[in-house]
Write a protein that binds this ligand. Structure first.
Ligand code: UDP
Length: 503
């Protein structure tokens, strides 16, 4: 920390450790911003140099508003584990086999975090808020004598379902991949196929059960768990999960809603590859509620052929659209080969000529786009952040899940909240670059799902109404006096009490 920093001792010092992947870091940085806005709190973010550069615009904007977030840099041992220099985020890992090296480098951060907590920063840290991926956080916090709060980038509904699926061993009784079974122990009927459940219950993958056991142990030992969700939507699941894990749970979301100003919405994640003014102007020229926004997250690894089917389906839907074509990072080769395929097919030329679509290669300001009145539907891969950002914007969704929690979020959107329409994906795809996931969804499936989402008629209007009502509840949760707003206060109170009691 800079030596000219004068910080009164009575301020409660939270140290926040985000995992270096977009879907993890974006909400935890939002959370850090929120925490830092509270009186009597100091927040230090632990970031590696490359990730620090990415969030600098966000921290700068907070500072302009008088909210100071401190940063301590952690040296990331990329080269030591055989990664290219500067490979400090999951979206920069060049190939699948190197994912394990990335995780190994992440685990090697432990001594640096330990040293920072124990002596290098002042005033003395009083709490560590760490992403659930950091298994070492428990030991580090214990050695420093401070509470550790675990931040979950996945939602409570998913964890409760997967808890019951795993503990009941129901998958042992289901042999067919596509046969539906009811999840035992859930507060209401909820059905999965084995194939859908797999993302969070990879019982056949070597090492998965052991990894999951570690996550559970880590949860049990935590001072409490934070979920990026809100009471009105997940009250039952939050309370049930609290009982199951016997620990404190605070819901503090949707954290994306705290990005109210234009600049805050634009600077989340990384720099946009689309001209933001051009994008806003294009949206301004569209009728309210008529545009479909399609984006499959930060780790999209669909084949070029599958991407083309998606594009052709968007075109065939007859709706205006913005489509963010991502490649799980900045994969120039994948981008080039896809553009060639689009050119052969004449896709981009037709889209540009008609003026009906905007194709963005790379990264778009998602929260800004979703909150524009012209957008009326969201085609999403159902990552939790995207799911919640769509809910917060009051948008019904076409669901195209890939892996992990995606099928669980699809279930929440389609079967529980009834604001989603399935595009029809049945199988999980493998995470990472260079995986041939084949073609699961055809152009007609995309066209039909979008028509169902955006069309007229009683059921479709009712779906839109439910989505709008849910967004109102989300907004209320984060306003002063709302459940998420109050829970932020409770976290601070609980940590203060812990520190007083242990003095
Ligand atoms: N995102 C974005 N622009 C893009 C793609 C993604 O801002 O072009 C953001 C999106 O708003 C969300 C995050 O990246 O906050 C993706 O997280 P999510 O949990 O939805 O999916 P993941 O990428 O982790 O699979």
């Amino acid at each position: 920390m800079a030596t000219d920093e004068v910080i009164p001792d009575e301020k409660l010092h939270f140290v926040v450790l985000p995992f270096m992947a977009q879907g993890h870091a974006i909400p935890l940085v939002d959370f850090a911003k929120l925490l830092a806005e509270r009186r009597d709190v100091i927040v230090t973010l632990l970031l590696t140099p490359v990730n620090h550069i990415r969030v600098k615009p966000i921290l700068g904007r907070s500072r302009d508003r008088g909210v100071r977030i401190l940063v301590e840099e952690l040296a990331f041992p990329a080269e030591e584990v055989g990664l290219p220099a500067g490979c400090e985020n999951l979206d920069l890992v060049p190939s699948n086999p190197l994912l394990a090296n990335f995780m190994a480098a992440t685990a090697m951060l432990q001594p640096q975090v330990e040293a920072l907590l124990q002596k290098s920063i002042s005033p003395k840290p009083r709490c560590l808020v760490a992403d659930s991926v950091f298994m070492f956080a428990a030991e580090v916090a214990r050695k420093s004598g401070i509470p550790r709060i675990l931040f979950h980038p996945i939602t409570c509904f998913t964890y409760l379902c997967s808890h019951h699926i795993l503990t009941s061993k129901i998958l042992d009784t289901v042999s067919d991949e596509f046969e539906y079974f009811d999840v035992p122990g859930m507060p209401h009927k909820i059905s999965f196929t084995r194939s859908q459940a797999k993302g969070m219950a990879e019982i056949e993958t070597p090492g998965w059960v052991e990894f999951n056991d570690k996550v559970i142990e880590s949860e049990k030992a935590a001072f409490g768990l934070i979920f990026n969700t809100f009471e009105d939507m997940e009250h039952t699941y939050l309370r049930e999960y609290e009982k199951v894990r016997q620990t404190r749970i605070w819901s503090v979301g949707p954290v994306s809603l705290f990005n109210k100003e234009f600049g805050d919405k634009v600077s989340r994640g990384k720099s946009s590859t689309v001209d933001v003014d051009q994008c806003s102007k294009w949206l301004d020229a569209q009728e309210p509620g008529t545009v479909v926004y399609a984006c499959l997250g930060s780790s999209c690894n669909l084949t070029s052929a599958q991407m083309l089917e998606l594009g052709l389906g968007l075109e065939a839907s007859g709706r205006s659209f913005i489509w963010v074509v991502g490649f799980g990072g900045d994969d120039e080769d994948a981008r080039k080969s896809l553009r060639e395929l689009f050119a052969q097919n004449g896709f981009e030329e037709r889209v540009n000529k008609s003026g009906r679509g905007l194709v963005v290669f790379g990264w778009a300001p998602q929260v800004l786009i979703l909150s524009h009145p012209a957008v009326g539907g969201f085609l999403t891969h159902c990552g939790w952040n995207s799911t919640l950002e769509g809910i917060s914007a009051g948008l019904p969704a076409v669901t195209w899940p890939f892996f992990y929690d995606n099928f669980y979020n699809e279930k929440l959107l389609v079967d529980v909240l009834r604001i989603g329409v399935r595009v029809g994906v049945k199988l999980t795809v493998k995470f990472g670059k260079g995986v041939d996931s084949g073609i699961q969804v055809h152009k007609d499936d995309v066209r039909d799902a979008i028509r169902e989402l955006m069309g007229q008629g009683h059921e479709r209007e009712a779906r839109r109404k439910r989505a709008k009502e849910l967004a109102e509840k989300a907004k209320k949760a984060v306003e002063e006096g709302g459940s998420s707003h109050s829970n932020m206060g409770k976290i601070i109170e609980d940590v203060r009490k812990f520190n007083k009691d242990s003095c």
